[in-house]
Design a protein around this ligand. Structure first.
Ligand code: ACM
Length: 640
């Protein structure tokens, strides 16, 4: 072959291949700047990993990197603490001697060349985040829990400069409605740090279980941590009966909490403990009924209905699940709780809940009436505000700052308290306008307990947040002083989350989107680019055998009456370029079936079910959805 032909061949074949390799770079969250370079670094059994700063945290993060690499590659991958003489075939983690002003406390610079990999940062946290990016540059098999043989471990050459947009990048995990063991919480932490989250908000108490040992109040866990187990749809269970075994639950001992705090801290994660009061307190009241305004015989809720939600934001309790603000014992009780909580969690904030407190039992209580008179409280919001302010003083006396859900604004907020805005942006705006610190957690974007697709296929939950809704999350609402927005977080309530696999399904990929909102520069947002990266990460999850929701590939099904009274079906899709094929004859559609054209599909008069499936080209990407025609009819009727 002539030299000229070789050059042409190189231009036609090799260059596009290099470009191909470059497109495989798929970092989530998107870094501040990423420059692709030519070639790749070959990680092999002879590659040295160097942490020569003699700093224990640097050695520790280098070892976290080595552990994961070792597991997948089978290489020895030991970390060296002395500087290697030859600076090739080397992965080195370096703390800056002089501060690199652009990077702040969590930023890093990562340089991968064919000769070497270098991660530099001002602090060990930055090195840790650099490692997460570096691991995402490795082939997806690096996620394997067992050794993958005969694999080249090529890392594409890049230059990355990266640092977070916000210091508070949180995920809330409700361990009350369903209990997750200490080991499962560690897995949750492992998963979140890969996407540079640094805040684990543990929702430790609720009506369905008290999950933290309080040594001075032993019944909180001997009674409050346990309930009758029910199976099916949480919220609609029968009430626990006296003769049913109290066989479901669990709690974290002080030792467990210390272990979790240490584990999280080693991964640069703070744990924010939440003790949800004065509402959501059935488990506490079951243990200590005298804390209620209406003492009686209470049971830890098993997921039976005891609240009436009216669908317009109003609600009332059928069973009193509140602590009584008019009872002095409640404050000495909470003092004991917060003494132990403050000792166990080094993080500077304690979350006291404050949300969704039904006040209908307070309304009838003579003790509350007396309190209102004595304290000149003009309504029940002010009663709650009185309670919140007293709790704020207790928390402050333990050397902590108080945070609560946005209901703590109602009736007036204690100075110095921080607000977690969940009912959209409203509470956050109001709190910031009054000079309070805010964490944004609006339910319409980041409530990852909500359905992520059509109810015809997703497990039933009362509302919906699609991946594209999560991707639209913007932590700084218009007109708000950004300095008061500490950051954002996604919340995983677990009424309908029964196990770790489903926890993963609900969290990912929506937590990819939220990670990007709290880490990446706002002007880097690009939905199509994000989806391309999400798909790469799905492949990594497949290797890791971690569950994720493929719901983004599936349509939302809309039905409306046609002019002549039939039902017309249309679809809304989150992704472009997907084809929907359908059947009405109960057989399984594939890409050789009728294809949705964009105009309404008319349901044949005698059809019982519509089945549909989504393809990208020849590849099936969505799951089979079967929807009864009765359901299509119900949707069409609702639309009228
Ligand atoms: C909440 O979702 N009740 C804070």
């Amino acid at each position: 072959m002539k030299k000229g032909s070789l050059v042409i061949l190189y231009l036609l074949i090799v260059l596009p291949m290099l470009a191909q390799q470059a497109t495989d770079v798929a970092i989530i969250p998107e870094p501040v700047s990423l420059e692709k370079r030519t070639g790749s670094f070959q990680f092999s059994g002879s590659t040295r990993i160097e942490a020569a700063d003699r700093h224990p945290d640097v050695l520790r993060v280098a070892n976290l990197f080595a552990d994961q690499v070792r597991k997948a590659t089978g290489y020895k991958a030991t970390v060296q603490t002395t500087a290697a003489a030859t600076r090739t075939n080397l992965v080195s983690f370096v703390l800056n001697k002089a501060e690199d002003m652009e990077l702040g406390t969590e930023g890093y610079r990562l340089e991968v060349s064919p000769a070497a990999v270098t991660v530099k940062a001002n602090y060990p946290a930055g090195l840790f985040y650099g490692i997460q990016t570096l691991l995402q540059l490795f082939p997806k098999e690096i996620e394997s829990k067992t050794t993958v043989s005969q694999k080249s471990w090529a890392v594409p050459a890049v230059k990355v400069t990266d640092y977070p947009r916000f210091g508070w990048r949180g995920l809330m995990f409700d361990v009350s409605r369903h209990f997750f063991t200490k080991e499962q919480v560690k897995q949750f932490i492992d998963d979140m740090v890969k996407y540079k989250y640094n805040m684990l908000h543990l929702h430790l108490t609720d009506d369905q279980g008290w999950r933290i040992e309080i040594k001075s109040l032993p019944k909180l866990t001997s009674v409050g941590a346990w309930r009758v187990e029910k199976t099916g749809h949480f919220g609609g269970f029968s009430a626990p009966e006296a003769d049913e075994p109290v066989n479901y639950g669990g709690f974290y001992t002080h030792e467990d909490i210390r272990e979790l705090v240490k584990y999280a801290g080693e991964r640069f994660v703070n744990i924010l403990p939440e003790i949800d009061i004065p509402g959501h307190s059935m488990a506490a009241v079951a243990a200590y009924p005298e804390l209620s305004c209406t003492p009686g015989n209470y049971r830890v809720s098993s997921g039976d209905k005891f609240m009436q939600w009216n669908g317009d934001g109003t609600f009332y309790a059928l069973v009193d699940n509140t602590l009584c603000p008019a009872n002095e014992q409640v404050y000495s009780f909470m003092d004991k709780v917060f003494t132990e909580v403050a000792e166990l969690f080094p993080f500077g904030y304690i979350h006291m809940g404050g949300d969704e407190c039904a006040k209908n039992f307070w309304e009838k209580s003579d003790a509350i009436k007396q309190l209102m008179e004595k304290e000149k409280l003009k309504d029940l919001h002010e009663v709650q505000s009185y309670f919140v302010k007293r709790i704020g003083k207790i928390i402050e006396a333990k050397g902590k700052k108080m945070m609560g859900w946005d209901e703590i604004l109602e009736g007036g907020l204690a100075p110095g308290a921080a607000v977690m805005s969940w009912r959209g942006n409203k509470g956050g705006k109001e709190a910031a306008a009054a000079g309070h610190e805010v964490v944004m957690s609006p339910n319409n974007h980041v409530y990852i307990d909500l359905r992520q697709g059509d109810p015809a296929i997703e497990p039933p939950v009362y509302s919906q947040v699609l991946l594209k809704d999560s991707y639209k999350f913007e932590p700084v609402p218009d007109g708000v002083n950004p300095k008061l927005i500490k950051g954002g977080q996604a919340n995983l309530w677990t009424e309908q989350v029964y196990n770790l696999r489903h926890q993963q399904y609900m969290t990912w990929p929506r937590a990819f989107a939220v990670a990007e909102a709290v880490w990446s520069p706002k002007d880097k947002k690009d939905w199509n680019n994000f989806i391309g990266r999400v798909e790469q990460h799905f492949k990594r999850y497949d290797v890791a055998e971690k569950k994720y929701a493929p719901s983004m590939y599936e349509p939302i099904i809309n039905a409306a009456k046609t002019a002549n009274g039939a039902i017309g079906v249309t679809f809304s899709q989150q992704l472009e370029g997907l084809d929907i094929y359908y059947s009405f004859d109960n057989s399984f559609p594939d890409r050789f079936y009728p294809k949705y054209s964009g105009s309404a599909v008319v349901v044949p008069k005698d059809a019982g079910f519509m089945k549909l499936v989504t393809y990208r080209g020849k590849e099936q990407v969505g799951r089979l959805i079967t929807i009864p025609v009765t359901e299509l009819k119900a949707r069409a009727d609702k639309k009228k």
